[in-house]
Structures are given as structure tokens and as C-alpha cells.
Design a protein around this ligand. Structure first.
Ligand SMILES: *Cc1c(COP(=O)(O)O)cnc(C)c1O
Length: 393
């Protein structure tokens, strides 16, 4: 007989999912009601408002797509692109490559602007590409590249989009709630995010937001959106502001309770406070990591506080370290992705997981495992460096 599944209790410090707050897990277990129940519809309106708060936008087309971040990405490209469009597509890691995939699969042409992994998108190169392609319709880039831990200057890149009169598509999956995201202030036309990174909600939902200009493009398409499920013209019948909401698909009711709770928690804390907490825990962690003799692959100015890509000491089997952390400490950290596989660990300090306890726990566990494997590291010095950062804050 197969028994019930009880997952081990882990600390999640990889690239996502991140630790989910007990409040969010409790919300998830509340009774399921109908997705057209008036009480549920009222909650949906609050989810929209809370997402507008998180994205810092008044965009009325702001809603959670009923599928993970990758589906939010697909929603944006499926609705905004038509065959033959030109998209200046920035790639400095894995997720920029996925943008390219989307652009090409929807019959558009990707004009690639490539930067080294571990460096931000270069605005000068973007400007050059926009100048050389006056017929481009879109600029697409990843704000927080989770494969490398790099932050690109979304404000500067959106300013270029506006200067050259193209619409901007921004991947904010890892940035939202961890670092500043200002959809209206920066003039982002379409943003998509995920619930399992700095929102610390369960995986499987993807908040998206479209400016009125982007929403007009969706409404006035020449051809129908190829995907029935992701066609926002239809989804709006359910998520829209019309008094009469109609069935499109069965919303993931309980997951939406969880998202509502995660956003209430974010609102209670405040956006500035959430960003400041992520920054401080990163600084303490970085001080410790450097004491362990490890280094960051990203220059200080462009580091994401929520995703730390750090080097592996000489002669150490990086996968064995991750396995031991998981087995002996119930601690999950991430492996390198793409061209950084085997070269870095990716250690997340996202959302609910970004706290002092996790910083100190991760530093000491990592030091213990490395010491057992024969590396010459000083765990005590690492802890003291982190503590000192907190004391000075
Ligand atoms: C995680 C991630 C995604 C994909 O989100 P999923 O929920 O895994 O589908 C997209 N872009 C970036 C930058 C991410 O970090």
C-alpha cells in the first residue's frame, strides 16, 4: 500500500522555491469554495489590488496567471507578439535565452544583445541595437537573472525603450519584493513574475501586469492569440472588472488564498522594508562567505541580494557538498545552471527565507561540510563577520 506523503522539513536556500511562511501554508489549507463564489470574487479583487501594490502600478490589467513563472513569460509574449515582429532581446544568462525561445516560437525575430554571464545587460549595446533596428516593436530583458545573481538596470533600459518608442517586457520573477520594481515609475509595459521566489508563496502562479499601451496592443491584435488558455482577451472575462464574471478555467482557488496571504504579509512589512531586509541579510551573508575564502562571480554593484552565486573551493566536489547539506542539515542550496554548472553554488536569500537565522545557519553548515571534506575554512570567522554586519546595521 502507498502511504500518505510527508515531505521532510527543509530550509530552502536555493534559487526557488523559497521557504513558505506558515501563515501562507495555513491559508492554503482553508476550505475550498467555488471559483465564481461571490466571496471568492471579492478576494480576487483584493489579490489584484495587492499585486498592483507589489508591482507599484495602477495598471488595471494586473492579475496572477494560473501557472508558474514560465507561463507568465509565455503569456506576455503570446499576447504582445505577432508573426514578423522584431524584438530586441537581451541575454546574459539562462532566462534571457528563454525569452529568445518565446520570441521565435511566436514567429517573431529576436535581435540579440548578449552580455557575459555574471554581468548586467549593457545599456549602450541595447541603445545601439535599437538605433540599428528602428522597426523593432519590443525590448525584452530579465531584471534579476537567477542563473547568475545579476541585477540589470531596469530603469535605464526602460528609458531606452521609451526613447526609441518600443514596448518593454521585463522578467521580474526573482526581483519582485526582493529589490525595487517600479512598474509605473520606470514605464514597464509588461512585467511577469512568480510566486515562489521573493513572494515566498507556493510555486504555480505567475503575477503579470500590462500597461494601458500594452493592453491596447492585446485588444487590437491582427490575429488571435495562438494559445487559447493564455489569451488575455478571454482570461479578462474572468479576471476583469465586468460585473458579470464568466467561467474561463477553474482558478486554483487554494493557491490564490496563499498568494493573497503572501501579499498581505508583504504589505504589512512594506516594500522598502522588504528590500532593506534582503539587502542587510545579503551583506551579512557576503561578509561570511568572503571569510570562508569563497567569492562572488558578480561585481558588488550588480549583485542580487536574494541570489548569491559563489565560487567552489579548489578540489571540492560541489554536488557532494549540496548532498551533505541536504542530508545532514536539511538545507537546500542550488547548483550552477547552464554554462555555470559545476562552477558555482547559487544560494538564495529570498522572501521569508531571508533572515538572520538562515544566514548564520547556512554559513556554519557550509563551513562544517567543507571542513569535513578537508577544505581549510574558518567557520567561526565567517559567523563573526556576519554577526558584525548585523551589529553595525
Ligand atoms: C524562476 C524563474 C523563471 C521561471 O519561473 P517558474 O515558476 O520556474 O516557471 C523565469 N525567470 C526567472 C528570472 C526565474 O528566476
Amino acid at each position: 500500500m502507498t502511504n500518505s506523503f510527508y515531505p521532510p522539513i527543509r530550509t530552502l536556500m536555493g534559487p526557488g522555491p523559497s521557504d513558505v511562511s506558515p501563515r501562507v501554508l495555513e491559508a492554503l489549507s482553508r476550505p475550498t469554495i467555488g471559483h465564481l463564489d461571490p466571496a471568492f470574487i471579492e478576494m480576487m479583487d483584493e489579490v489584484k489590488e495587492l499585486l498592483q501594490f507589489a508591482f507599484q502600478t495602477e495598471n488595471s490589467l494586473t492579475l496572477p496567471v494560473s501557472a508558474p513563472g514560465s507561463a507568465g513569460m509565455e503569456t506576455v509574449f503570446a499576447n504582445l507578439l505577432e508573426a514578423g515582429d522584431k524584438v530586441v532581446t537581451c541575454q546574459n544568462g539562462v532566462f534571457g535565452g528563454r525569452m529568445k525561445e518565446n520570441v521565435e516560437r511566436y514567429g517573431a525575430t529576436a535581435i540579440m544583445v548578449e552580455d557575459e554571464w555574471g554581468t548586467p545587460v549593457d545599456p549602450d549595446k541595447v541603445e545601439q541595437a535599437l538605433k540599428e533596428n528602428p522597426d523593432a516593436k519590443v525590448l525584452g530583458f530579465v531584471h534579476a537573472e537567477t542563473s547568475t545573481g545579476v541585477r540589470s538596470d531596469a530603469e535605464a533600459l526602460c528609458a531606452l525603450a521609451s526613447k526609441y518608442e518600443v514596448i518593454s517586457i521585463v522578467d521580474t520573477v526573482t526581483s519582485l519584493a526582493g529589490i525595487e520594481v517600479d512598474v509605473d515609475g520606470w514605464g514597464i509595459d509588461a512585467a511577469y513574475s512568480g510566486t515562489q521566489k521573493c513572494l515566498s508563496c507556493v510555486p504555480g502562479l505567475s503575477p503579470v501586469s500590462f500597461s494601458s499601451r500594452a493592453a491596447d496592443i492585446v485588444r487590437n491584435r491582427k490575429h488571435r492569440v495562438q494559445s487559447w488558455f493564455l489569451d488575455l482577451n478571454l482570461v479578462m472575462g474572468y479576471w476583469g472588472t465586468d460585473a458579470k464574471r464568466s467561467y474561463h478555467h477553474t482558478a486554483p482557488v487554494n493557491s490564490l488564498y496563499a498568494l493573497h496571504e503572501a501579499l498581505v504579509i508583504l504589505k504589512e512589512e512594506g516594500l522598502d522594508q522588504s528590500w532593506a531586509r534582503h539587502a542587510l541579510n545579503h551583506q551579512a551573508f557576503a561578509a561570511g562567505i568572503e571569510q570562508l575564502g569563497l567569492s562572488f562571480i558578480v561585481a558588488e554593484n550588480y549583485r542580487l541580494p536574494q541570489l548569491n552565486a559563489v565560487t567552489i573551493p579548489e578540489g571540492i566536489d560541489e554536488a557532494a557538498v549540496r548532498n551533505q547539506l541536504l542530508e545532514n542539515y536539511n538545507l537546500e542550496i542550488g547548483a550552477g545552471l547552464g554554462s555555470l554548472a559545476g562552477k558555482v553554488w547559487r544560494i538564495g536569500l529570498m522572501g521569508f527565507a531571508s533572515n538572520r537565522k538562515n544566514v548564520l545557519f547556512c554559513l556554519s553548515s557550509l563551513a562544517n561540510v567543507l571542513t569535513e571534506m578537508g577544505a581549510n575554512v574558518d567557520g567561526q570567522a565567517a559567523n563573526l563577520a556576519a554577526l558584525d554586519t548585523y551589529k553595525r546595521s
